[in-house]
Design a protein around this ligand. Structure first.
Ligand code: ADP
Length: 369
C-alpha cells in the first residue's frame, strides 16, 4: 500500500469512528469545552454541541465543511494547520469575534496519529478543544474594577478626615469660628465610611448566600409605613410629598429585613435624586403569582444607556451628587441581589428630567400562608 493509500484508509477510519460512534458523540457533547476535529484536508470531521454554539455553522447539514467555512479566525486556522504539519501539541489564547460578541478562548490542539510498521508515525488529523474564558475574565475584570473603585471611595473621606484633623491640631482647635464646623465635616466623612463599610458587608453577605433568607407573609403597606417613618426627616428636608397607595390585603412572601431594605433603598434614592418639592408615589398591585411594587419619583431621571449600569457595584451616574446625598453607590446592587435571592425581578423606566419608576416584583402570598 502506498503512503497516500494508507493515509486515505486511515482518514476513512477516522471519519467512520467519529460519525458513527454514538458513545463518543454523547461523551463529547457533555464536556463544557468546544471540540473540533479536522482531517488531513482540514475538513471538519467532528464537532460537539458547544462548538456548534460558538462557531458559525450553516443551518443545514453540510458534509464537506472545512475549518475555514466555520471560522475566519486566522489564529485558529494557523494552530490547526501547524499541528497537522508538525505533530506538535500546543496551547494558544484566542480572541474570537462571534455574533454574540467577542469571546476569549483557550485553544489546545493535539495531533491524531497512527502508527504503521513500515511508514512509522503518521498524522491523520487534529483535535482542538476550546475552553471559553469569557465569563471568567469578565468577572475578574469586575472584581479588579470594584477594588480600584473601593480604594478611591475610601481615600476621599479619609483624606478629608486627615486634613481637617491636622488643621485642628495645628491651631484651628482654638479658632472658635471654625472648630465646630471642621469637626462636623470629620463626623460627616466618618459616617460616609461607616455607611460604605455597612453596605459592603451587606452586599458580600447577600452575594455569598450566608445571610439566610427567612421568607414569610409581609403586609406591603405596613412595611412601607415603617420605611416612610425611617425616611421622614430626609423627605421633609426636601419638602417632598410622599403618596402611598397600597391595598392593605397585599402580602409578599419575603424576608422581613431584606424586604424592608429593598423598599428603603428605593425610596431613599427617590428622595436623593428628586428635585426640591418633588413627589414620590409608592403603589402595589397583584400580578399573577407576584406583587408588583412601584416607586415613582419626579427626579432627575436616568438616561436609557445608563440604566443597565446603575445596578453595578459603586456605579453612579453623577458621582458628586450621589456623594453629596451620602450615597455609597452600592444601594441598587444590594436591592438587585436581595430581589433575585427572593425569586423576584426589578425593572426601571426613566426619562431624564422627568423622573424614574423602579418596579419590583416579588412572590405573592396570602396572610395565612
Ligand atoms: P447611590 O444612591 O448610593 O449613589 P445606588 O446604587 O443606590 O447608589 O444608585 C446608583 C446610581 O443610580 C445613583 O448614583 C444614581 O446615579 C442612579 N439612581 C438611582 N436611583 C435613582 C433615581 N431614583 N433617580 C435617578 N437616578 C437614580
Amino acid at each position: 500500500m502506498s503512503e497516500q493509500e494508507f493515509l486515505d484508509s486511515k482518514n476513512n477510519e477516522l471519519h467512520y469512528e467519529l460519525t458513527e460512534n454514538p458513545l463518543l458523540h454523547a461523551l463529547l457533547d457533555v464536556v463544557r469545552e468546544a471540540v473540533l476535529i479536522i482531517d488531513l484536508e482540514t475538513k471538519v470531521v467532528f464537532t460537539n454541541r458547544t462548538a456548534k454554539e460558538i462557531f458559525a455553522f450553516p443551518t443545514t447539514s453540510h458534509p464537506g465543511l472545512r475549518l475555514t467555512d466555520i471560522t475566519r479566525n486566522k489564529e485558529i486556522y494557523h494552530c490547526f494547520t501547524v499541528c497537522l504539519k508538525e505533530k506538535s501539541a500546543f496551547e494558544k489564547k484566542i480572541r474570537l469575534h462571534t455574533n454574540s460578541g467577542e469571546r476569549s478562548l483557550d485553544l489546545k490542539v493535539e495531533s491524531i496519529t497512527t502508527n504503521d510498521p513500515t511508514l512509522g508515525v503518521k498524522v491523520i488529523g487534529v483535535v482542538g478543544t476550546f475552553f471559553d474564558k469569557t465569563k471568567l475574565e469578565a468577572l475578574e475584570q469586575t472584581r479588579r474594577e470594584f477594588f480600584a473603585n473601593l480604594s478611591h471611595e475610601l481615600r476621599t473621606p479619609l483624606t478629608s478626615i486627615e486634613t481637617y484633623a491636622e488643621t485642628l491640631l495645628s491651631g484651628a482647635l482654638y479658632d472658635q469660628e471654625n472648630n465646630v464646623k471642621f469637626l462636623q465635616i470629620i463626623a460627616k466623612h466618618a459616617a460616609r465610611m461607616r455607611n460604605l463599610a455597612q453596605d459592603i458587608s451587606d452586599l458580600a453577605a447577600i452575594e455569598s448566600g450566608t445571610v439566610p433568607m427567612r421568607p414569610q407573609a409581609l403586609r406591603i403597606a405596613q412595611v412601607m409605613r415603617e420605611v416612610a417613618e425611617l425616611l421622614k426627616d430626609a423627605i421633609a428636608a426636601k419638602n417632598i410629598q410622599l403618596y402611598i397607595s397600597i391595598p392593605e390585603d397585599l402580602f409578599v412572601f419575603a424576608d422581613p429585613k431584606g424586604f424592608e431594605q429593598i423598599l428603603f433603598n428605593l425610596v431613599q434614592n427617590a428622595v436623593n435624586f428628586n428635585r426640591p418639592s418633588g413627589s414620590i408615589s409608592v403603589t402595589a398591585e397583584a400580578s399573577g403569582a407576584y406583587q408588583v411594587i412601584k416607586v415613582k419619583d419626579t427626579g432627575i431621571g436616568i438616561e436609557a444607556k445608563q440604566i443597565p449600569r446603575i445596578f453595578e457595584r459603586l456605579y453612579r451616574v453623577d458621582e458628586s451628587r450621589s456623594r453629596k446625598e451620602g450615597g455609597t453607590g452600592l444601594g441598587l446592587a444590594i436591592v438587585k441581589h436581595l430581589v433575585q435571592a427572593q425569586g423576584g425581578a426589578i425593572f426601571v423606566e426613566s426619562a431624564p428630567n422627568e423622573g424614574s419608576t423602579f418596579s419590583v416584583s416579588l412572590p405573592a402570598t396570602t396572610k395565612n400562608h
